[in-house]
Design a protein around this ligand. Structure first.
Ligand code: SF4
Length: 156
């Protein structure tokens, strides 16, 4: 049996944990993946990242590699074809990692619910930390969802 002994954390360890949490909350790097969306939600994500809506003011940076990303922004239902790629991207991300499901299709399958090529909603494949409903959700709603996720990561 694998036994883990819990040791009390040192003051230095606490400082380092606080520093990591501060950096994670103030500079999350996000990666975006479309697992079967009609592209409507994806266009809203891109609009959210433009200077007009300026998601960067919260320190959010779009990242191309899952190995450097903290947050996975996912759109659309999960299709049979994209399921393994979605899982592979998630597994390549370092811990701790968070998934944000964007749009009604990601939350429930939406208009694609019960189609022959659809596995289902994103949370049927991955653990989801934040849900942003809408078809498609407006950039303001995406910003609100991402900021709510970051707020929830603050140490209590
Ligand atoms: S929620 Fe609407 S805009 Fe987004 S992928 Fe589904 S149908 Fe397209």
């Amino acid at each position: 049996m694998d036994m883990q002994v819990k040791t009390p954390s040192s003051p230095m360890q606490k400082v380092m944990d606080g520093l990591r949490a501060w950096a994670r909350i103030n500079s999350p790097w996000v990666i975006h993946y479309n697992s079967g969306s009609c592209n409507g939600c994806d266009i809203e994500i891109l609009a959210t990242l433009t200077p007009r809506y300026d998601l960067e003011r919260f320190g959010v940076k779009l990242e191309g590699s899952p190995r450097h990303a903290d947050v996975l922004l996912t759109t659309g239902p999960v299709t049979l074809q994209s399921r393994d790629r979605l899982l592979r991207i998630y597994e390549q991300m370092p811990d701790p990692k968070f998934v944000v499901a964007i749009g009604s299709c990601g939350l429930s399958g939406g208009v694609f619910h019960d189609c022959y090529g659809i596995v289902g909603s994103i949370d049927e494949v991955l653990p989801v930390s934040a849900y942003i409903p809408g078809c498609p959700p407006r950039p303001e709603a995406i910003i609100q969802g991402v900021v709510a996720l970051l707020q929830s990561l603050k140490p209590k």
